[in-house]
Design a protein around this ligand. Structure first.
Ligand code: BES
Ligand code: MN
Ligand code: ZN
Length: 494
């Protein structure tokens, strides 16, 4: 994707996308306006949310495709409406096989030129994504965009340029995560996930250290190793460090991503239908890698460390089994009731590692942790567990801006009782009830009173049917929200 401010003129484009408000569905271009007014009078298009119409119009030299998309009432506008509308416009452009696209920027009274532009870029970039490298007949088509419009002036153009840059970076970062999730598990396994993290680190400017089995053993990450041990693809501990605020080097923000490059369930094996999409069980780690790319490329004034305990949950004569009692880096003993509740075991050690070894002062963990999160909230909202409401509020604010929804589930003390074991310190499932909460609270047992957010992205990191601006597959959630929270943190003093 290449996106510029007035990089080429409207006339030079092969297609123009025109977003329109309901009460002002009109344009200067006379012929186009006549067309729109006639559609309005026939009730074919009035500018409402979700409406889209394409037609061919005459320009000075030739014919050009035009796509009008409805934004609804200007007073009700928000960033998500803009993203969704522009994504539908660009999907139409792809369908019409157009590559050089001019976009009329819908500047408005409701949200700033900066926020409008960011949302336009995100809608365009995320909306035209597809993962088709394994289709022999697919040609990757590179779309180029030029943003223009009569309301762009000297006063707002620097804001617009900044938003173009930041929006493009966030599209790129989200696509890093989507691609990693969409790659199958014979391509992305612990070693290659680590390699991918290194490549992203080199390109975007953060340091990546990869620890192999021997070092993981030496650290005492026993729970992580138990999950990993049945696979011939050996585990990796991936540590990513970005120090953008060296004057305050002890202030470290920790991001932990679940990195199960495949989850068969182990001896508590999944049925086939549950297993086919389990290449996506590293969605949390993909989001951490994507977010770090955006954070470091933007040179945010903050220190962030990302940790991924990458492994595969398989079956072999050497696998861990239901009923075993295993150790952990923190020293707590865990009764394994179900080998399919493996994510929390790897995350427990990853959280201990980031706090004890990397000295993180606060932690967010991102994990495709429970099917119960999908049952509770569906595929469009991330479930959150926290020990700190102020921290949650920051996440909620960031999420309102990005459109990636979150919802805080309760963590009353009664729930903690459900994961106490009769014969060990903890058990790795709390039974059928409140599965998302007990899974989160299990990780919470390892955060050593640090402010902590757990995001269960089992529903949101992957979709089985296309969403407004994500095709089927990896969504790249919640890369933009993590970036936003950390950006706000780096500019506002707490
Ligand atoms: N990776 C799965 C959770 C998952 C399920 C993610 C569906 C995305 C879609 C996780 O490791 C798992 O298997 N969780 C179990 C926990 C249970 C055994 C307590 C689950 O949700 O069934
Ligand atoms: Mn599992
Ligand atoms: Zn899993």
């Amino acid at each position: 994707m290449d996106i510029t401010l007035k990089g080429f003129t409207c006339q030079e484009a092969d297609l123009v996308i025109i977003p329109l408000f309901e009460e002002k569905a009109e344009v200067h271009h006379e012929e186009t306006n006549n067309y729109i007014q006639s559609m309005k009078s026939k009730g074919q298009f009035k500018g409402a949310k979700g409406e889209i119409f394409s037609f061919i119009r005459k320009t000075n030299s030739s014919l050009q495709d035009a796509v009008i998309v409805g934004l609804g009432k200007e007073k009700e506008l928000n960033e998500e409406v803009v993203r969704v509308a522009l994504a539908s416009g660009v999907k139409k452009a792809k369908e019409l096989k157009c590559k050089k696209i001019f976009v009329r920027l819908p500047l408005n009274e409701e949200i700033s030129p900066y926020d409008t532009t960011r949302a336009v870029v995100e809608g365009l970039g995320l909306g035209c994504y597809s993962f088709d490298k394994y289709k022999s007949d697919s040609k990757t088509e590179c779309l180029t965009f030029s943003i223009g419009g009569s309301l762009i002036n000297e006063e707002n153009s620097s804001q617009i340029k900044e938003a173009l840059e930041e929006g493009s970076l966030l599209v790129e970062a989200t696509i890093i995560a989507r691609d990693l999730v969409n790659e199958p598990s014979n391509v992305i396994y612990p070693e290659t996930l680590a390699k991918a993290a290194k490549e992203v680190g080199e390109k975007y400017g953060f340091e990546v250290e990869v620890k192999e089995e021997k070092e993981i053993k030496a650290l005492g990450m026993e729970a992580f190793l138990q999950v990993a041990k049945a696979s011939v693809n050996k585990p990796r501990l991936i540590v990513m460090r970005y120090f953008g605020n060296k004057e305050d080097k002890d202030n470290i923000f920790g991001l932990v991503g679940k990195g199960l490059t495949y989850d068969s369930g182990g001896y508590s094996i999944k049925p086939n239908d549950g297993m086919v999409t389990m290449k996506s069980d590293m969605g949390g780690s993909a989001a951490v890698i994507g977010a770090l790319a955006a954070i470091s490329k933007s040179k945010l004034k903050i220190n962030v460390v990302g940790v991924v305990a990458a492994c595969e949950n398989l079956i072999s004569g050497d696998a861990y089994k239901p009923g075993e009692i295993i150790g952990s880096m923190a020293g707590k003993k865990i009764e394994v009731l179900n080998t399919d509740a493996e994510g929390r075991l790897t995350l427990a050690d990853a959280v201990t590692y980031i706090i004890r070894e990397e000295k993180a002062k606060e932690v967010i963990d991102l994990a495709t942790l429970t099917g119960a999160a999908l049952v509770a909230l569906g595929g469009t909202t991330t479930a959150v567990i926290t020990n700190n409401q102020e921290f949650y509020k920051e996440l909620e604010e960031a999420s309102k801006y990005t459109g990636e929804r979150v919802w805080n589930l309760p963590s009353f003390p009664e729930y903690k009782k459900l994961i106490k074991s009769d014969i060990a310190d903890l058990k790795n499932t709390g039974g059928r009830m409140a599965g998302t909460i007990t899974a989160g609270l299990f990780i919470g047992e390892f955060v050593e009173d640090k402010p902590w957010l757990h995001m269960d992205i089992a529903g949101t990191a992957w979709c089985d049917s296309p969403r407004e601006y994500s095709p089927k597959g990896g969504t790249g959630e919640p890369v933009r929200t993590i970036y936003e929270l950390i950006k706000r943190r780096s500019t506002e003093k707490k």
